[in-house]
Design a protein around this ligand. Sequence first.
Ligand code: PMP
Length: 362
Amino acid sequence: MSMRYNSGLDGIKQYVGGKQKKDAQTFFDGEPVKMSSNENPLGVSPTALRFAAESLPESNIYPDGANLELRKGIAALFGIGPQNVIVGNGADEVIYYAAMAVTNDGDEVVIPRITFPIYEIAFRIMRAKIVYSEMKDCYIDLQDVLDKITRRTRVVCICNPNNPTGHALLHDDIYRFIEAVGPDVLILMDEAYSEFADGETFPDTVSRLKEGRENLFITRTFSKIYGLAGFRVGYGIGGRELIERLHRIKLPFNISLAAQHAALGALQDDDFISETLSTTRDGRKLIYAALDKLGLRYIESSTNFIFIDTGKDGDLVADELMKRGVIVRSAKNYGTPTHIRVTVGTKEQNLRFTDALASVLK
Ligand code: PMP
């Protein structure tokens, strides 16, 4: 008799994160720049760091398992109650919880072909059937997502702005989409990069939830604009019943004391957020100008990363950049063989990238 495993795992490829500095150090003598995982190039929010440090001596005590103070802090940002918020060990965790909460064997989940891979993993674990929505060029096609919904569909996943393309769907399109999806289908709206998007045209999905669209579950993270990727804090916003059910699944003490305090500090650090935003906006412009000069196609980004068609094999370009001390992500595994995704960095990092790219493509 041999071991039997969860059959949902058979179709899963392990998630592989962006390459690390140590990967580059085997090829490159100097200090490499890591532009592969969309982290904040300015570091950790200083207020977050201070709050976390102050909490450390109390780390012999379990943190508040209900994460209530942090949920209240997040809720206040959106004018909702803490009963509408769950916090997770990264947004990844709440995405897993959502999959666990709504999926039964064989349910269908619609996922755009080119998007963040965690949805597919989480729903496959739950033995869902993944139905891919085809992209229009490299853009999510909301009409195609709607067309893929059947009686068996339980969830549709929309990453807005989308990773790895960086493209944001506009409010009118998203509002129409939300109206068109039946109330029995959960819309997993992943807004991990929303803070980088244009506030004028970006959808206010939380207001739709407040208006009664209880099939919306909106996920966000402290990993990007707040600079807390290493602390691991993300959250989900949804209807009270969904959030209550997610708390039945939640690990009892899923976020460390230090991480909870870091997130509370980050929420107060408006200066850090403005600085991150202006660094990102300036950085996008600098990189666009260099890409224009090289004659490369890219998608205008609403995030802190840019999706670039290098016209050459993406793995090869990423390897060559690595040899020059610049770590980016090849997008070959997303089904876009000639693309790379680069995180917008500081001015100095962006120049290292654009110089290295010009030298690779010469
Ligand atoms: N969603 C998207 C689109 C992401 O890119 C990421 C981070 N790579 C996450 C969710 C998860 O973020 P975290 O778990 O760090 O909060």
